[in-house]
Design a binder for this molecule. Structure first.
Ligand code: AMP
Ligand code: TRP
Length: 339
């Protein structure tokens, strides 16, 4: 069997992040960390979903720059471009093509139920555009184009994954087996990392208060300080208790980065106070960020390598996604192009 055939038989993973703010530890613990650990067992495709990003107004120059930053960060975090396909969504026309078809197989009522749409339309109430509403259909197209088996994401994406499964099932029922129905993969401890300033809301790259999140590119002293200043309660002990959300979140971050079980972390700090825990977590975070930032710098400065990764990724993604689009066009009754 050839090498190529062998990789084709591995189950397929597809995931993506919007280059619409800084990549932060919430992304790492919710998504990137699983990408890195699963990449050798699966045939992986990791995207930068720039087409999703423009559902909210973006500064064009910043968006462009951030795409390069993200590719370098994916690699710096441990995605091996020799092993996995890294690509930019807008380089692959199939995403827009399949999204249109799937628009016609998704109901308004389904989209109306999406909580991310509700949240984002509150946040961006002067720009509730149609793209923001149909965004989950583009996400379904992203996944179904590559016949993905597994989609590693944070818990906030579960509803979109369920809709994707619904649309795939509906299409398959109408036209016969066309799409693989994908499964979500939601990591146990990093599923939902909360804001450092308000532990009842999700850590978000678009939070106007940068103290609420730790960017992978934060200055190390700043990162340390953000942990020190993280909002916690006034009790003296370190214990894992969901009713103390600030502390529970910090313990989950500790656990997510080091892999140490939560019970061990808690027992290590028995009888000690918050101050010591926060100082140590600050060091854990800094030791985690330092090598990523060093690797990032080296890759980001080498435009040739960066462009090579992006080009190779686009070629692979275009090739693979075309097969699905052709199949879908045929099934719905479009006349094949005359060649
Ligand atoms: P986004 O920034 O919305 O494109 O998110 C990219 C990926 O990171 C998705 O899989 C999200 O579920 C995940 N993610 C984003 N924020 C968090 C968070 N605070 N905790 C866990 N996962 C997150
Ligand atoms: N909607 C996802 C988010 O906001 C990003 C995304 C777009 C995605 N397409 C995807 C994630 C396909 C996984 C698979 O986080």
């Amino acid at each position: 069997m050839t090498e190529e055939k062998k990789t084709e038989q591995k189950p397929i993973i597809l995931s993506g992040i919007q280059p619409s703010g800084e990549l932060m530890i919430g992304h790492y613990l919710g998504a990137l960390k699983s990408w890195v650990s699963l990449q050798y067992e699966y045939d992986c495709l990791f995207m930068l979903v720039d087409m999703h990003a423009i559902t909210v107004r973006q500064n064009p120059a910043e968006l462009r720059k951030r795409c390069y930053d993200f590719v370098a960060l994916y690699v710096a975090c441990g995605i091996d471009p020799e092993e996995s396909t890294i690509f930019i969504q807008s380089h692959v026309p199939s995403h827009a093509e399949l999204a249109w078809v799937l628009n016609c197989y998704t109901y308004m009522g389904e989209l109306n139920r999406m909580t991310q749409f509700k949240d984002k339309s509150k946040k961006h109430h002067t720009n509730i555009n149609a793209g923001l509403f149909t965004y989950p259909i583009l996400m379904a197209a992203d996944i179904l184009l590559y016949q993905a088996d597994l989609v590693p994401v944070g818990a906030d994406q579960k509803q979109h994954l369920e809709l994707t499964r619904e649309i795939a099932g509906r299409f398959n029922e109408a036209y016969g087996e066309t799409f693989k129905v994908p499964e979500p993969y939601i990591p146990p401890s990093g599923a939902r990392i909360m804001s450092l300033q308000d532990p009842t809301s999700k850590m978000s790259k678009s939070d106007p208060n940068p103290k609420s999140y730790i960017s992978l590119l934060d200055n190390l002293d700043e990162a340390r300080n953000k942990i020190k200043r993280a909002v916690t309660d006034s009790e003296a002990t370190v214990a894992y208790d969901e009713s103390r959300p600030g502390l529970a979140n910090l313990i989950r971050i500790y656990n997510g980065i080091t892999g140490e079980p939560i019970e061990e972390i808690v027992s290590k700090y028995e009888g000690k106070g918050y101050a010591e825990f926060k100082t140590d977590l600050g060091e854990v975070v800094v030791d985690f960020l330092r090598p990523i930032q060093e690797k990032y710098k080296a890759i980001r400065e080498d435009k040739k390598v960066l462009e090579g990764i992006i080009q190779k990724g686009a070629e692979e993604a275009i090739k693979r996604s075309r097969r699905t689009v052709s199949k879908v066009y045929k099934k719905v009754g479009f006349v094949p192009p005359i060649r």
